[in-house]
Design a protein around this ligand. Structure first.
Ligand SMILES: *Cc1c(COP(=O)(O)O)cnc(C)c1O
Length: 384
């Protein structure tokens, strides 16, 4: 089933899937093999070596393409490996315009790996499209967007950015990790490439590290497939199976993440000891209108700043949490809390970090799918 004819809640289960050829297994077997028997040199059943392709990975790649409304999916060993493949489309002298408030590891990959190879990166707030336009020159090749941004929850207008990208013949890639295709589908809004850290919501159970790309254009897909195979950072069969299993409940989990997220964002906003809450569902969030236009709901990621708190106070709060686990990562069924300045965003220089709002006292929550009252009681005791 290609899944194109199905609605999203069915695609997550059936999109791109068919029972296994050998015995009709409904879930694809974990083809834990590196190689495949050939009857004569070059004559095989579609698979010859598992870096190039593996049936379990193919099943995941078909599912990824289906849920993002794309034609081609590629699964990588991690989200960063997927990004790495996108930047390898470029060469020395090329320039990339990227969101300024983005995942710390993405920033590190751009600045500390690819700058060495002569690729130049600009970092800019993308809420005003004119700011992006001002940076475009004849060397610009790619616009890299992450929305909602991490950890400030800014929302970038994907349609407006894609119109700018198209009119300047630039590629546009969107890191859709936070929103997932349940909330927004960037290819439908004009993006060329969707990227995921499937480690997060797609996998959904904090048990695997996987990355993904989805594209519509066949030539672009071939170039990315060439890089995937030539560089070799592929997703293994067991990990492919786990993400595929996770995707089947994405819609149900996301619905609850969003409901719990709304409760907690509103609880924090009303709390006398909380200074600021960043969540795109608030009517006075600066990008609320864009969020409402391009997203189905507002997600379960929330950042907040306790009143008058310092680096130490915020650390004390996250240490006191009992139901929320203090950990890197996000998007699993369990609630996590993080302290971006010392954890996920420690690789971004303090000055650069504070310019985009990632102050020392900022706390980030990935709201899970537990009973929301337990989550609120936990926050209550930690903040008190
Ligand atoms: C985690 C994350 C990444 C990196 O993905 P890995 O799977 O950890 O390599 C990239 N972008 C965002 C938004 C993330 O949250």
């Amino acid at each position: 089933m290609s899944g194109k004819e199905l609605r999203f809640n069915s695609k997550v289960i059936h999109g791109g899937q068919k029972p296994d050829k050998a015995y009709g297994a409904v879930m694809p077997p974990i083809y834990q093999t590196s190689t495949y028997a050939q009857t004569s040199p070059g004559e095989h059943m579609g698979y010859e070596y598992s870096r190039s392709a593996n049936p379990t990975r193919s099943a995941l790649e078909n599912s990824l393409a289906s849920i993002e409304n794309g034609n081609f999916g590629l699964a990588f060993a991690s989200g960063l490996a997927a990004m790495d493949a996108v930047i390898k489309l470029l060469g020395p002298g090329d320039e990339v315009i990227s969101t300024n408030d983005l995942y710390g590891g993405s920033y590190r990959l751009f600045r500390q790996i690819f700058e060495k190879y002569g690729i130049k990166f600009h970092f800019i707030g993308m809420q005003e499209v004119s700011k992006i336009a001002a940076l475009i020159n004849s060397n610009t090749k790619l616009i890299w967007v992450e929305t909602p941004t991490n950890p400030m929850m800014n929302v970038i207008d994907l349609k407006a950015v894609s119109e700018l990208a198209k009119s300047n013949k630039l590629l546009m890639a969107v890191d859709n990790t936070f929103a997932t295709p349940y909330l927004q589908q960037p290819l439908d809004l004009g993006a060329d490439i969707v990227m995921h850290s499937a480690t997060k919501y797609l996998g959904g159970h904090s048990d695997v590290v996987v990355g993904a790309l989805v594209v519509n254009d066949e030539v672009l897909a071939e170039k990315l497939y060439f890089i995937q195979n030539a560089s070799g950072a592929v997703c293994g069969p067991m990990d492919s199976f786990l993400v595929l299993r996770g995707i089947k409940t994405l819609h149900v989990r996301m619905q609850r993440h969003c409901e719990n997220g709304k409760h907690i964002a509103e609880y924090l906003l009303a709390h006398p000891k909380i200074e600021k809450v960043y969540w795109p569902g608030f009517k006075d969030h600066p990008n609320h209108e864009v969020a409402t236009k391009q997203m189905k709901a507002y997600g379960g990621m929330i950042s907040f700043v306790p009143k008058g708190s310092s680096f130490k106070d915020s650390i004390a709060i996250v240490e006191k949490l009992k139901v929320f686990t203090l950990a890197e990562s996000l998007g699993g069924v369990e609630s996590l809390a993080g302290h971006p300045a010392s954890m996920t965003h420690a690789s971004i220089p303090k000055k650069q970090r504070e310019k985009s709002g990632v102050v020392d006292s900022l706390i980030r929550l990935s709201v899970g799918i537990e009973d929301v009252q337990d989550l609120i009681s936990d926050l209550e005791q930690a903040i008190a």
